[in-house]
Design a protein around this ligand. Structure first.
Ligand SMILES: Cc1cc2nc3c(=O)[nH]c(=O)nc-3n(C[C@H](O)[C@H](O)[C@H](O)COP(=O)(O)OP(=O)(O)OC[C@H]3O[C@@H](n4cnc5c(N)ncnc54)[C@H](O)[C@@H]3O)c2cc1C
Length: 404
């Protein structure tokens, strides 16, 4: 046995998007890796998720881009629309331009398809279902995770990929107090055959409010339209992704909004309500041989559609640095935090800032907003709006090649 624990497996707590991306990248380099997942079986809430070029670079490296693309929507254009009238305020190109600009396209997928694509590539014998991590102990050159069943798993290093309520984060850095943002998200998918023909060409749209916004885009090969509606509600909500709610509640929220929004609500069978909580960026993620990734490290509001992409980038970079190290895992994990934390903090704060103009409450403020967009569209400057190069230009695969 080596003195530095490098012969022991790396243990990932959490079998979600970031955890599986890290596991796949590590196992491709022949590093033993085990995953502990709290759920007794994998299952997903029906919802869409967007993967920008920065996430696609990693999926391509992992050899799963083709599987991802099979069921993905590939929007040609992104429309920012007025929520009340449906009129386009500005638009920016997506595909095929993104592949030319950033080296990879923009995909819109069903979350279950994305997870299944990642999960199917990892040896199922390395995945322990029904094992909820509750405690992490560092003991010399090893780390021990204790689970709710009382089982103990030993590892050379631990990655806490256990999502927004991370037990690993709590163990390493103590309790924190998430802040309710005053916004809930209504999530639904609507089958295209229940909708009017114009929905086939709906593309990717964000309807800007007062007091909310709605994002729509096709998923599952165009057979479903995904709807994520943000709405301001003052009272404190349970922090959960899976509360169900009635159609009446959502119709009432968007009363007076563009009819297409109400048609989408009518066409679905189920609506989930997701209260948004926010946390400030953490000053540190790593302690000894343990670190965090994805929502465990940097839960972010979904307004830049980057939660999953940042988790995928984290998973790749953590794996690349661990696989390239000569077994000094503490140093590799410190380096991982040093290179990732500034970027994810910027995305966290950027997502928080973006919501302000999308929810403009006053009629005068909305006129100023809409006229600004209109003038920009006359001068061609609208094509530059919401094209955040600093997010999409990054390719962690070329920035952090796996050595060794
Ligand atoms: C329905 C839904 C839709 C979403 N849509 C969008 C979107 O459109 N755009 C966007 O940017 N973001 C979206 N998000 C957020 C985005 O998916 C997250 O940012 C992303 O999933 C983060 O990946 P992760 O691997 O860090 O965490 P997750 O994917 O949440 O995975 C965490 C995993 O850890 C497991 N786990 C939790 N606690 C423990 C424990 N103690 N021990 C073991 N396992 C544990 C969980 O069961 C889960 O499998 C959505 C999330 C959901 C649920």
């Amino acid at each position: 046995m080596s003195a530095n624990g490098a012969d022991k497996p790396i243990l990932i707590a959490g079998g979600g998007i970031g955890g599986f991306a890290a596991a796949l990248a590590l196992s491709q380099k022949g590093r033993p890796v085990h995953i502990l997942e709290q759920a007794a079986e994998f299952g997903e809430v029906g919802a869409g998720i967007q993967i920008g070029p920065n996430g696609v670079h990693v999926m391509r490296f992992l050899g799963v881009e083709d599987a991802l693309a099979r069921d993905a929507g590939m929007p040609t254009v992104y429309h920012a629309r007025d929520g009340l009238t449906g009129r386009t305020l500005y638009k920016t190109p997506r595909n095929p331009e993104f592949a030319q600009m950033y080296g990879a396209p923009y995909y819109q997928v069903h979350r279950a398809d994305l997870l299944e694509t990642l999960r199917s590539t990892v040896d199922p014998e390395k995945v322990y279902l029904g094992q909820k991590a509750v405690k992490v102990e560092q003991q010399g050159d090893r780390v021990v995770i204790e689970t709710a069943k009382g089982d103990r798993f030993e590892a050379g290093a631990v990655i806490g990929a256990d999502g927004i309520h991370s037990a690993v984060r709590r163990t390493l850095f103590g309790e924190d107090a998430p802040r309710y943002t005053g916004i809930v998200i209504y999530r639904l998918t609507a089958p295209i055959e229940k909708l009017k023909p114009q929905f086939k060409d709906i593309g990717s749209s964000t309807f800007h409010g007062p007091h909310g916004h709605v994002t729509t885009y096709p998923i599952s090969g165009g057979s479903q339209i995904n709807f994520a509606g943000a709405w301001e509600i003052e009272e404190w909500q349970e922090e959960s992704w899976s509360l169900e709610c009635s159609k009446d509640e959502v119709h009432e929220a968007y009363k007076g909004w563009f009819q297409d929004i109400h048609d989408l609500i009518d066409a679905t069978d189920r609506i989930n309500k997701w209260a948004l909580f926010d946390r400030d960026p953490l000053p540190a993620w790593t302690q000894g041989r343990c670190t965090l990734l994805g929502d465990a490290a940097h839960p972010m509001l979904p307004f830049l559609a980057q939660g999953a992409c940042q988790a995928i980038e984290d998973g790749y970079v953590a794996a690349a640095l661990l696989a390239s190290s000569a077994g000094d895992w503490e140093e590799a994990l410190n380096e991982y935090e040093r290179v990732r934390l500034p970027r994810t903090s910027r995305v966290q704060l950027g997502a928080r800032a973006r919501v302000v103009s999308m929810h403009e409450p006053s009629a005068l403020g909305r006129i100023v907003r809409n006229v600004t967009y209109w003038i920009e569209s006359l001068t061609g400057r609208d094509a530059k709006r919401f094209k955040p190069d600093w997010i999409y230009q990054v390719n962690v695969v070329s920035d952090f090649p796996v050595r060794g």
